[in-house]
Design a protein around this ligand. Sequence first.
Ligand code: NAD
Ligand code: WQD
Length: 342
Amino acid sequence: MILLTGGAGYIASHTGVALAQAGIPYVVLDNFCNSQPGVLARMGVLGGISPIFVQGDVRDAATLDDLFSRYPITGVIHFAGLKAVGDSVADPALYYDNNVSGTITLIRAMERAGVKQFVFSSSATVYGNSDASPLNESAPLSPINPYGQSKLMVEYILRDVAAAHADWRVACLRYFNPVGAHTSGLMGEDPRGVPGNLMPFIGQVAVGRRPELNVFGNDYPTPDGTGVRDYIHVMDLADGHLAALRYLQGEPSGSNCLMVNLGTGQGISVLQMVQAFEQHTGQKVPYKVAPRRAGDLASYYADPSLANRVLGWKAKRGLKEMCEDSWRWQHRNPNGYADPAT
Ligand code: NAD
Ligand code: WQD
């Protein structure tokens, strides 16, 4: 049985459905600081079994000890974390408390419970201001904000814990830019307030919740001047977590702590994404060019060859699925999980 911390969140909820469909039971722990209870029922519908749910904070050791005593957890996928770069700059202590202290509390509870498989939601943000795309796992690690720092700190902590415990198995998955939604249209990304990320903002423009997209700069040194990123379908990410669990359950070749990119290896610009969305959904996405956003890089995308080689995983879904699945979720659930399932 697998514990999904932050299991009601965007990526974890889609991973939970993939686990259920693979016949792997799981428990969700979430404090709903950035998600809605309504997702749990939909996970149950799509996975064919209602998820076991514990409401709580990963920073609460007693909650974790109780959970580990009640359920035969064999591994943890640690999704719980705050992820807004701008918020992390405004309140760094909150991010270090939630993302770093929370992980330490979880590690200590796992040690007490004898649970030794750990998959961590890391981020390409650990590479910081690197213009060396495609980025492989040996690229310099230089995060430029407290959020990215918190992710790299956790990677270092897990590396050292794995070195101290030869029987632990750790995989840090560096996600690039997750987008898309479950193909059913029942689950998807449900950001609070004004979306910071490109794809949910495009969806809200397309469905009429926002008048137009601001394209943050068209004077970058990229083919069309707009920012280039490695967008990866959330269901490909979910499959990557299953591949990581299988890897951890086998005998590791070499280190018992793997750092690995999860990306497509393809860089897509903002305007290419807008054009793809219009092409694949038939919806118009009006936009205007706005000034660059502080902290944005021109271009970064993954070299996913290590994940291909070690995990036997490769992203399968392209822009068509990313846009179609995002749109299906967006227009069937204009208010996200606040809407009744249709
Ligand atoms: P999300 O906000 O949708 O999901 C995170 C979940 O964790 C939420 O349900 C939230 O309520 C929960 N949570 C947060 N702090 C908690 C705590 N202390 N105790 C219990 N629950 C807590 O975010 P997501 O996009 O699904 O991201 C999941 C993980 O992947 C995060 O750690 C994030 O940093 C990482 N990540 C996300 C992206 C991205 O672009 N979405 C990219 C790279 C890495
Ligand atoms: C993508 C591109 C923007 C919105 C962020 C976090 C990162 C990770 C993934 C957690 C950029 C442009 C965006 C808009 C725009 N999250 N854009 N108008 O910034 O690559 O990464 O999410 O780990 O840590 O930093 O993603 O979707 O915000 O931006 O023009 O309204 O779209 O400039 O080029 P980003 P994003």
